[in-house]
Ligand binder design. Structure first.
Ligand code: S3P
Length: 418
């Protein structure tokens, strides 16, 4: 079995969430082309509807009827973010600064994920938000007026940064945000594209407080985090070669390229273009024998944070010791991804050692089929489906969770299998 052919990926999850929420704050109708439609995105769409925003859904695009930055209305229900951390974190910032209150809830996994990291910075902008045990959902967001401030982020998180920016949009004065290290910058790019007075210099972001967002069309590029599964699938199945079309290539997302360079992988980029401030292009990837082990740590981690489980699988198929450090953020994702990745790959006979903030993987090992659980984490599920390409009788339990970010993943992978 090998992979061959072309694939066009679903729209980027992070950019789709932002297009929806920021689109709702524009002064009119915003067309969003190639949006991702998945469970996480439906959580954001349904919440916007509950906030009085009309969202029209068509086959390959959405129209969000924006009502301006102050245009939301008081929701009549508690707002359910289900499994979506991005929905919850971004909404904390979006929903603060109005004359109504709102309550955010989530599923069992999301209700265990930390929210204080967002709320403590929002409080510096005069937000009033109550959290269960001062850290978890449900979150009760109370009426308030936002005041500009200088915010020094203490975690490298695009969700936290974006929540602060969405809150700051309601202030009349300049808010300055200092990032710890660079995290994905889709919000900055989208706000600038829509005419917001925002400037970014290295790790410093300034939002002037003179904000009116123009209702311009937004095109969502293919999801680079989805591409990562196909890239690794190609690298571990001899004779494979695939072309990934129109994929997002934003450098704050594509940290994997640094790893691919380290290991000596054969990858080429074509047809690059920039649309609504986001770069995209086609990626050609070929199988290659004798890859070198890799080291991931420090500021590289936020640039590939969602790709670490699939990179761990790749490391099991490379001779030598690969090391992933500085990645303790993985412990507070949809599952504890350090623990779960160690557990599932070890069960398949891989040599994986769990660190407090990462993993040490010694390859190359021949994976042995077992019954494995995804722990309802979509990125673990998709990683296991890629592992099954080289470990045929693998049985994956609870793999329905792909629908969180990529409902057609299994199908799209099957189409490439020759
Ligand atoms: C996201 C940011 C990342 C990532 C998540 C989506 C975003 O989280 O893991 O899947 O859309 O901003 P953090 O920035 O909180 O690490």
């Amino acid at each position: 079995m090998k992979l061959h052919g072309e694939i066009k990926l679903p729209g980027d999850k992070s950019i789709t969430h932002r297009a929806l929420m920021i689109g709702a704050m524009c002064e009119g109708d915003v067309i969003v082309n190639n949006p991702l439609i998945s469970e996480d995105i439906m959580a954001s769409i349904n919440i916007l509807i509950a906030l009085g925003i009309e969202v029209k859904q068509y086959h390959d695009h959405l129209i969000i009827c924006g009502k301006g930055i102050m245009g939301f209305t008081k929701p009549k229900i508690r707002l359910n973010c289900f499994n979506s951390g991005t929905t919850a974190r971004l909404l904390l910032g979006l929903l603060t600064g109005y004359d109504f209150d709102a309550v955010l809830i989530g599923d069992k996994s999301l209700s265990k994920r930390p929210m204080r990291r967002v709320v403590k910075h929002l409080q510096a902008l005069n937000s009033k938000i109550l959290l269960k045990e001062e850290n978890y959902l449900p979150a009760h967001i109370l009426p308030t007026n936002i005041c500009a401030n200088q915010i020094k982020l203490d975690v490298s998180s695009a969700q936290v940064k974006t929540a602060v920016m969405l809150a700051a949009l309601k202030s009349k004065k300049t808010t300055t945000i200092y990032e710890l290290t660079k995290s994905r910058d889709h919000t900055e790019r989208l706000l600038a594209y829509l005419g917001c007075d925002i400037s970014v210099k290295g790790l410093e972001i300034k939002l002037s407080g003179k904000n009116e967002l123009k209702p311009l069309a937004i095109s969502v590029p293919g999801d680079f985090s989805a591409a990562a599964f196909f890239i690794v699938a190609t690298l571990i199945t001899p004779g494979s070669e695939i072309l990934i079309k129109a994929c997002g290539l934003n450098s704050t997302r594509s940290g994997i390229f640094t790893v691919l360079k380290q290991i000596g992988a054969n990858i080429k980029i074509f047809n690059q273009k920039t649309v609504n401030n986001e770069i995209s292009g086609d990626i050609l990837i070929k199988y290659q024998d004798k890859l070198k082990p890799f080291l991931i740590d420090g500021a590289l981690v936020p640039l590939l944070i969602d790709e670490i489980p699939i990179l761990a699988l790749l490391a099991t198929q490379i001779d030598g010791i690969s090391i992933i450090k500085s990645a303790s953020e993985l412990r507070v994702k949809e599952s504890d991804r350090i623990k779960v990745t160690t557990e599932v790959l070890s069960l398949l006979n891989a040599d994986v050692r769990e660190l407090k903030d990462g993993l040490i993987i010694s390859g190359k090992t021949r994976l042995k089929p077992q019954v494995v659980n995804t722990y309802n984490d979509h990125r673990i599920s998709m990683m296991l489906k890629v592992a099954r390409l080289i470990c045929e009788d693998l049985i994956i339990i609870n793999s329905d969770c792909d629908k969180i970010s990529y409902p057609e993943f299994e199908n799209d992978l099957r189409i490439l299998m020759k």
